[in-house]
Design a protein around this ligand. Structure first.
Ligand code: SF4
Length: 319
């Protein structure tokens, strides 16, 4: 039995859990190929023009998988805590797909709404195991291993200073430290982000991302806004930004956002206003399927050069 996991959206946040759970259950996990122009184009053809680029890309990854697996996993991510839900496009993802790709007959829709009860994740795993005719003990074992794998990934790997999914090779003693904030499926897809983090590392920048901060550090920033935002990933992004504003352990912040993202119209404006208050250099990079390498390189180089000049002036003044 082969389970296909589209390399988009939830994959970038929860892959260690998903992969371990299905593998320990005894199923073969196939992840869709890395994003290419062909995958992007397939997604564009299936979706309406107004959809944000990560949603278009998810459709392309489903197409990439659907012919070669028994089931394509399509999570309906509703909530993982009591304070917020995921963006409406996450909530409606399975409906969107069944309308847009009529040939998709093997969708494995999984609703994740953890605010229902403390045992909900366990119950979801049990229901999945039952579907694949696995017994209680193998399901329980797969669930525990998946939790452990996710915990190790976040604690040892991400918060040890390495950005997710193999973006390595950066050095802490680089002269400029930058926070790059945004949704994980925007930041860590090399095609979608035009390899932005690697570009910065090649310019001699040490990059920190929201996933590299501890949950405790982010939670401490929860009171900075008068009202908690409705959307889970947006809270992660904005709380990380406030952490960097307050701790001043970076020289600037880059916010990577998708063209047409509803929540980010609010999130980006709030961060931009507060960056001014905290006197933190701030740059917004908006990406879509048409963004070119040239324009992005110029903007990044200009921002990094400006930070280097600023830093050397400050050091000269102190000397
Ligand atoms: S948060 Fe924005 S980018 Fe993400 S799925 Fe929703 S609209 Fe798209």
């Amino acid at each position: 039995m082969k389970i296909g996991i589209p390399r988009a959206l939830a994959y970038y946040a929860y892959y260690p859990f998903l992969n371990t759970f299905f593998e320990k259950l005894g199923l073969e996990v196939i992840v869709s190929d890395e994003t290419t122009k062909e995958i992007m184009d397939m997604g564009i053809q299936d979706t309406i023009t107004d959809a944000c680029v990560p949603i278009k890309l998810f459709h392309g990854h489903v197409r990439n998988l659907m012919e070669r697996v028994d089931y394509v996993l399509v999570p309906r991510l509703v909530s993982i805590n009591h304070e917020s839900t995921f963006c409406p496009k996450f909530l409606g993802l399975p409906d969107m797909l069944s309308c847009s790709i009529s040939q998709l007959q093997n969708m494995l829709e999984v609703r994740i709404d953890l605010k229902k009860s403390r045992l909900e994740l366990f119950m979801v795993c049990m229901r999945l195991a039952k579907k694949f005719k696995k017994g209680f003990f193998s399901a329980y074992n797969a669930y525990l291993k998946a939790l452990l794998s996710f915990k190790n990934y976040t604690h040892q790997f991400l918060q040890g200073g390495i950005p997710p999914l193999g973006i390595v090779g950066q050095k802490k003693n680089n002269p400029i430290h930058l926070a790059v904030v945004g949704y994980p499926y925007m930041l860590y897809d090399p095609y979608l982000s035009l390899d932005l983090i690697k570009k910065l590392a090649n310019m001699g920048v040490y990059v920190v991302t929201p996933e590299m901060l501890s949950e405790r550090d982010k939670k401490k920033q929860a009171g900075k806004l008068k009202k908690t935002l409705f959307w889970t990933f947006s809270n992660e992004v904005i709380r990380s930004a406030y952490y960097f504003f307050e701790n001043r352990n970076v020289d600037g912040i880059i916010h990577v956002t998708a063209f047409g993202c509803g929540p980010d119209f609010i999130v980006d404006k709030l961060m931009e206003i507060d960056a001014k208050k905290y006197k933190m250099p701030y740059l917004t990079i908006t990406l879509d399927e048409h963004t070119g390498q040239g324009g992005l390189n110029t903007r990044l180089e200009a921002f990094v050069d400006m930070l280097k000049i600023k830093k050397s002036r400050k050091e000269a003044a102190l000397a």
